[in-house]
Ligand binder design. Sequence first.
Ligand SMILES: [Mg+2]
Length: 257
Amino acid sequence: MESAITRLLSLLKSSSKSKTSKSSLKSKSSLKSKSSTLKLSLPSSSSIQRLIISNLSPTYLENSSKPSQHLSQPKQKLIILDINGTLIYRDKNFGSKYNPVGKIHLRPNLNDFLDFLFSNEDYFKIMIWSTARPMTVYYLVDKVFDHHKTKLLDIWTRDKLELPKVEYFDKSRNIVKNLDKIWQSEETWNQMNTILIDDSILKARLQPFNAIHPISFRKKFQRENDDELLKVMDYLNKLKYQSNVSFFIRHSPFNIY
Ligand SMILES: [Mg+2]
């Protein structure tokens, strides 16, 4: 497993190097031809996904192979929400010592999305898991969730990642949201009924069939017609009837649904 993670991180590293070279290339007139070359050197998300899947635990794979039944009534699901890149974009250029979080751009349809989640309390239980530090996360939750805040089941932050101290205060590439941690702490929740909504494939790499990955909401992608959250709502409307979400997501993943 360790070697797989090492390979994964080296894929990431090459991706990040390529992205760096992409931005430096932008100023050159031969951008078009160099971009074509660059495209070939980037690891595709499907190659990363294949590597992730080849290293899953046998128990996880076995559970995700148990066919899901379409239930006549929705069954309770735990929705774990990421914040940055999924619900909002934080422009840190506008940060200051009075506002370390920066300017917050809400993703289109966010209010409808939150109303949808919190008006279905009988079968959606919502918690937050952000990899930002606690103070930042609590600030963002105040701004983003407003009156829904009191209905959150829990708020998890960077301190739940069990990172070594040096990585806690740095931009660690080892970040993974291990859902086992939630499943071990609360027996109601398990692989059958847990859904992580996160723009990062890598942070969900230990339980990929429990994750929905909307396109990352970044400044460059900001546009009025971004409809990722509407698509997530449609997908959740299907998942809420499933007895085993990991089977359903494995066979009908969000991004090609
Ligand atoms: Mg994110």
